[in-house]
Design a protein around this ligand. Structure first.
Ligand SMILES: O=C(O)C1=C[C@@H](OP(=O)(O)O)[C@@H](O)[C@H](O)C1
Ligand SMILES: C=C(OP(=O)(O)O)C(=O)O
Length: 409
């Protein structure tokens, strides 16, 4: 489905936009719930990634398919590694078969797991024969994806002697590791994170525990972008959010101050409001090593506002749903932007106009579709394969309509 978005002006809606639960928190809690059935979860994400995670955990099949869901692939690899008396094969979409997993598989096998590759070494699909992991100490490269580390941490308390993890090299996406540790703590698992060492204490069972997933901050980023490109006093309220988030992408509230967008925190919601115009000579400089998922949003916001930006810390973007650096450069340049990318950075020049009626390719990447959508405040634009948004935010297009963005197929 290709969607044509008509140049629109945002209306400040009376209704609160309710955004689905964080897919990162949801997929961690689902895995923990499979290990500790005493856990009850509220406000679970309705994203495809969470649906596939849930389906995989409740299935008795020996063939698991997680489609595009990176967290599901990584977390389930660790989960099935400790399911004794069960052997499964795990696969995903064509792109998932290109997303590396060797660092995690090596670490698990060193702990005593039995995981082999079914096609290409270092990549899904794999066959996983469940084992009792006898070792409890392993060193892992922390610079490629924090999901490998979270996967190990999530099963750590179920190993006989817990888990001692040494993180080697420069760490990436640290807030996601901290999110995992905080969720473990919330259900009563003891953890220590000191320098580059993480220790997880073993725990057999828990007391009944109920947890509520906060709504997804990465999804909120598209509303920040919309506000940044709107007239002064435009506002929108999103729920359910809190000021003390486990999600690193809540840094949006700080980052978007530079774009003249304020955030007020209420009991369970946030109001974003455009309060100041941005100076056209501003250059936005950000290192996003701790918040890679909002890089596309920020690059497109800058393009829409006609300001330059230099975003660094982006090396993980190349192994996500698509090579996001190449995708951003290609699509922004179709619209008239000038972009230079390296292996880990993106530089956007000031641009004075935006081309009309350009078709944006989304490359099976939900964030390409959602990041470019706010440009409908500036011009008519077509988003190809717009249904990709369901990976993290199935009601995205409906919610945009509520704000007055007109679109049709
Ligand atoms: O643990 C998580 O929930 C995630 C970690 C990040 O991945 P990397 O650690 O691979 O950067 C992020 O990009 C992804 O969307 C979700
Ligand atoms: C990178 C992402 O997801 P994953 O790695 O879990 O597929 C994302 O949602 O932006």
């Amino acid at each position: 489905m290709n969607l044509k978005l008509e140049k629109s002006t945002l209306q400040s809606p009376q209704a609160v936009i309710k955004i689905t639960g964080s897919k990162s928190e949801s997929n961690r809690l689902l895995l923990l719930q499979a290990l500790y059935p005493e856990i009850k979860i509220n406000n679970l994400s309705n994203s495809d990634d969470t649906v596939f995670m849930k389906k995989a955990l409740s299935s008795n099949s020996n063939a698991i398919d997680v489609h595009h869901a990176g967290t599901a692939m990584r977390f389930l690899t660790a989960y099935f590694a400790i399911q004794k008396n069960r052997t499964v094969s795990i696969t995903g979409s064509q792109r998932m078969k290109e997303r590396p997993i060797k660092i995690l598989v090596d670490a698990l096998n060193q702990l005593g797991a039995s995981i082999t590759y079914l096609e290409n070494d270092g990549f899904p699909p794999m066959q996983i024969k469940g084992e009792t992991l006898k070792c409890n100490q392993v060193t892992i490269d922390a610079g490629v994806s924090s999901q490998y580390i979270s996967a190990l941490l999530l099963i750590g308390s179920k190993l006989e002697n817990g888990l001692n993890l040494t993180l080697a090299g420069e760490m990436t996406s640290i807030p996601y590791i901290k999110m995992t540790l905080q969720l473990l703590n919330q259900i009563g698992i003891e953890t220590v994170f000191e320098n580059n060492e993480i220790r997880i204490k073993p725990l057999k069972a828990l007391k009944e525990t109920e947890l509520t997933v906060e709504s997804d901050w990465s999804s909120a980023s598209y509303f920040y972008s919309l506000m940044a490109m709107s007239a002064i006093d435009t506002e929108v309220t999103l729920s359910s959010y809190k000021s003390t988030s486990l999600q690193g992408d809540s840094v949006l509230a700080d980052i978007y101050k530079q774009f003249g967008v304020s955030t007020s925190f209420h009991e369970t919601s946030i109001t974003l409001k455009k309060i100041a115009e941005i100076n056209s000579s501003t250059e936005i400089k950000l290192n996003l090593v701790n918040a890679p998922d909002i890089a596309q949003t920020i690059a497109v916001t800058c393009f829409g506002l006609g300001i330059s930006c230099h975003l660094t810390g982006l090396h993980t973007l190349k192994i996500k749903e698509t090579d996001r650096l190449v995708a951003l450069k290609t699509e922004l340049e179709k619209l008239g932007g000038t972009v230079i990318i390296t292996e880990d950075s993106l530089k956007l020049d000031v641009s004075t106009s935006i081309k009309k009626d350009v078709s944006i390719e989304t490359y099976n990447d939900h964030r390409m579709a959602m990041a470019f959508a706010p440009l409908a405040l500036k011009t008519d634009i077509i988003i190809k394969d717009a249904e990709v948004v369901s990976k993290s935010y199935p009601t995205f297009w409906k919610d945009l309509k509520t704000l007055g963005i007109k679109h049709f197929e």
